[in-house]
Ligand binder design. Structure first.
Ligand code: NAD
Ligand code: UDX
Length: 461
């Protein structure tokens, strides 16, 4: 029986390896993590992350061929293939601070594999890493391993998006495996391809060299984020001219060379990947002495910041140029629908702007815990604990959150926001009652008929 171990039971390691176990009953999968609390949650009825379909997958194979454990060394010792799926956040200090990926977790996971392993292993980079990280991993493994232990390194970046992770994993556009172009590299590549081939058609399992594979992941995220920044830049032009950004995106998306996806204007992209990976690409470009290239990609992030502040300014301007002591309901705190993840959520930046203007914020999100909201906002970059206590309140119902507020600001595209009883909401609000749709999901005509003052990204009022 093939044995797989995954280091890192996060948003990627958990769902990815759970789906491998689900689709490969003949493979034993153990997901390990240094965070024992997270492992305990994976072993409980209350999984640590929310993803549609994840509960069913985990329940179907946990205890059968899927195991969650805090015993990292045992996981390493027993495995033939080891996924490294640990976090690679943007560095906060030191060389490359604010841009480069912090590879400390990848390095410590690699060192641990080298120290513990007693048999040959295929080590798979699942984390998103800068180009040529596999080379550093190889150097660490070779310098620190017990004698005569063979390590092969593969790059197998993950393309799942949160909120649709299970569907993406079950039916991926492609699985990418990079390896050294040597007989040993090809053999390792085949071993991993054989696992995916349990459910992914062979023609969708693509192989290439290590460096292309590593760079493809950064490139894919940069290209996706670039589309959003492009459409958001157009949204500013639409607001100033009377064009409608949804119509413009529709017209452009029908061109098969452009395609319709990832052209939804918004209050800005969030999530743990896009900004981090673009900044990583910027850093890589600068390190390679390609300042024009670095500047080009940096602009995608700059535009995203601009979109968020532009929206905050719109709210303030329409509320008669002051929101001091006004009450605003924030609908949605997650970075996108169908996830409880708030990493780099635009909501954090928007609430920061509103708190700086001394507004009172009522937050409602169907999946984000109050403790998470407090953690995100009581951060030296956002607000003080005192500001949070006196100016932020988290609600369990959108109707409660909207009571006695001057405006509703929609920041996440949760489906339930489309079908609320807006007449009831309107009646409970201060007048004039404003609604700002940062996701273009609401029926604005209907809202205007009720009496709302409506503002939408990418469309004139
Ligand atoms: P995460 O923070 O949710 O999970 C990482 C986990 O790794 C944590 O639980 C942490 O405790 C654990 N860990 C750290 N060092 C460890 C070690 N030495 N041994 C065992 N466990 C260790 O992160 P994530 O969102 O799952 O992302 C993981 C990687 O995948 C990142 O490189 C990210 O860029 C990439 N990625 C993420 C997504 C996404 O949608 N979140 C998509 C594609 C790729
Ligand atoms: C992204 C990539 O899509 C995925 O392939 C990669 O593996 C990880 O990074 P994720 O961040 O989970 O996935 O979600 P995604 O659907 O890409 O959305 C990212 C952000 O962009 C969200 O804030 C979303 O609301 C926003 N977005 C997306 C838009 O504003 N407009 C769009 O048209 C699409």
């Amino acid at each position: 029986m093939t044995k797989i171990c995954c280091l890192g039971a996060g948003y990627v390691g958990g769902p990815t390896c759970a789906v491998i176990a689900y689709k490969c009953p003949d493979v034993q999968v153990t997901i390990v993590d240094l965070n024992a609390e997270r492992i305990a949650a994976w072993n409980s009825d209350e999984l640590p992350i929310f993803e549609p379909g994840l509960d069913e997958v985990v329940k179907a194979c946990r205890g059968r061929n899927l195991f969650f454990s805090a015993d990292v060394d045992k996981g390493i010792l027993e495995a033939d293939l080891i996924f490294v799926s640990v976090n690679t956040p943007t560095k906060k200090s030191g060389v490359g601070a604010g841009f480069a990926a912090d590879l400390a977790y990848v390095e410590s996971a690699t060192r641990r594999i080298a120290r513990v392993a007693t048999t040959p292993k295929i080590v798979i980079e699942k984390s998103t890493v800068p180009c040529r990280t596999a080379e550093s991993m190889r150097a660490i493994l070779e310098a620190n391993s017990r004698q005569n232990i063979r390590f092969d390194i593969l790059s197998n970046p993950e393309f799942l998006a949160e909120g649709t992770a299970i569907a993406d994993l079950m039916n991926p556009d492609r699985v990418l495996i990079g390896s050294l172009q040597t007989p040993e590299g090809f053999a390792a590549q085949k071993a991993l391809a054989d696992v995916y081939a349990h459910w992914v058609p062979r023609e969708k399992i693509i192989t290439m060299g290590l460096w292309s594979s590593e760079l493809s992941k950064l490139a894919a995220n940069a290209l996706l984020a670039q589309r959003i920044s492009s459409v958001n830049a157009l949204s500013a032009i639409c607001e100033a001219t009377g064009a409608d950004v949804d119509e413009v995106a529709y017209a452009c998306g029908l061109d098969s060379r452009i395609g319709p996806k990832f052209l939804k204007a918004s209050v800005g992209f969030g999530g743990s990947c896009f900004q981090k990976d673009i900044l990583n690409l910027v850093y890589l470009s600068e390190s390679l002495h390609l300042p024009e290239v670095a500047e080009y990609w940096k602009q995608v992030v700059t535009m995203n910041e601009y979109q968020k502040s532009r929206f905050a300014e719109l709210v303030i301007r329409r509320l008669f140029n002051t929101i001091t002591n006004k009450h605003l309901a924030v609908f949605g705190f997650a970075f996108k629908k169908n996830t409880g993840d708030t990493r780099e959520s635009p909501a954090i930046t928007l609430v920061k702007h509103f708190l700086q203007e001394k507004a009172h914020i009522h937050i409602y999100d169907p999946k984000v815990e109050e403790s998470q909201i407090e953690l995100d906002l009581c951060n030296p970059d956002v607000a003080t604990p005192e500001q949070y206590k006196s100016h932020v309140k988290v609600y369990n119902s959108p109707y409660e959150a909207a009571k006695d507020v001057d405006a509703i600001v929609v920041l996440t595209e949760w489906d339930e926001f489309k079908t609320l009883d807006y007449r009831k909401v309107f009646n409970s609000m201060n007048k004039p009652a404003f609604i700002f749709d940062g996701r273009l999901i609401l029926d604005t005509q209907k809202l205007r008929k009720i009496g709302f003052q409506v503002e939408v990204i990418g469309r004139q009022a």
